[in-house]
Design a protein around this ligand. Structure first.
Ligand code: BT5
Length: 298
């Protein structure tokens, strides 16, 4: 485990820094996050920040970054930190060995992807926490656009390319700290610079669509947009409606109580999907949504 010390990065970026001005632990932590730091004439010289260091410096926000080269799941680490009281924390990993999707599904997390979990104490009402998933998906759409890839959102948490292949997913969890404060962990996985052959056949990557995709840049863009949106339910819903491929679509949504087929007409202000089945309007709070080319009885 490595904690990337942002103030030390700022100091080193300003130029060579006398060895006695920085504690050994910070240098060890930065090197372990992938940074290359040389020593010349009694001073540390930062030649390359690496992945964790790039994110810590690139986000203009209160977040600290904890970086792992390989970890089972960033959400698991983030939840443990959150329960102990941590907030404004991004847990970032280069590889996940036990990446998790919703409902205990497997999330493939090879090197080259962006695997991160954002810990906050949410400022939006408890019944609107689902909107944090929306904010994360919007953040991915923005980051993908900056990388040159057009994407759309499938309710509730998938970011798809123009062919409907999955580029990213979001796993939001929430709970209470040991001291009784509400926390949320928003886990975001983006297939950034990955050969699609390393992914399920339903998945694709940004690098499949655009050249020069940099996971660190994608991570910076995702965290920055998420931070800008996360406290503003109205802005989240407005943006989500603009970016959603699901609205107006014939869909089949599988829930714990069965499958509902119909036209997805809108989302509620808590993020539930409204599906018009022809005979009635269903409000779906959780489920797996499939986009259909036409309604089953057409
Ligand atoms: C999700 O679940 O889409 C949530 C994914 C969240 C991943 C992030 S990475 C950082 C953080 N740490 C974690 O351990 N998780 C979060 P769901 O909607 O249930 O979709 C899961 C399904 O997507 C799987 O059953 C596969 O079919 C497919 N899948 C698995 N890996 C994929 C990948 N890398 N890209 C696209 N699709 C994938």
């Amino acid at each position: 485990m490595v904690h990337v010390p942002r103030d030390v990065v700022d100091t080193l970026q300003a130029g060579p820094t006398p060895v006695e001005d920085i504690d050994d632990g910070s240098i060890r932590a930065l090197r372990a996050s992938g940074a290359t730091i040389d020593v010349a004439d009694g001073a540390y010289v930062l030649t390359d920040l690496g992945y964790g260091g790039s994110l810590a410096v690139g986000i203009d926000s209160p977040y600290r970054v904890e970086y792992f080269d390989s970890v089972e799941s960033t959400n698991t680490i983030a939840r443990t930190r959150a329960e102990a009281g941590a907030t404004d924390l991004v847990v970032l990993a280069a590889v996940q060995t036990g990446g998790a999707g919703r409902r205990d599904r497997v999330w493939h997390s090879p090197r080259g992807g962006v695997w991160l979990s954002i810990v906050t104490h949410p400022t939006i009402p408890a019944d609107k926490l689902g909107l944090l998933t929306f904010a994360a998906a919007i953040a991915v759409v923005d980051a993908a656009a900056k990388a040159g890839v057009e994407t759309r959102i499938k309710w509730p948490n998938d970011v798809l390319d123009a062919d409907g292949k999955k580029l990213a997913g979001v796993l939001t969890e929430s709970g209470f700290t040991d001291a009784g404060n509400r926390f949320s962990v928003v886990g975001i996985g983006v297939n950034a610079d990955i050969d699609p052959s390393a992914l399920p056949s339903t998945a694709t990557s940004l690098s499949h669509h655009a050249a020069g995709v940099d996971p660190a840049m994608v991570a910076i863009d995702v965290v920055s947009t998420f931070e800008a949106l996360r406290g503003d339910p109205v802005a989240i819903l407005d943006r989500w409606r603009e970016d959603a491929a699901t609205l107006g679509q014939p869909v089949a949504v599988t829930t714990d109580d069965g499958t509902i087929a119909g036209t997805a007409v809108d989302v509620t202000d808590t993020g539930a999907l409204l599906v018009d089945s022809g005979t009635r309007r269903h409000t779906v709070t959780a489920g797996d949504c499939e986009h259909l080319s036409r309604l089953p009885d057409e």
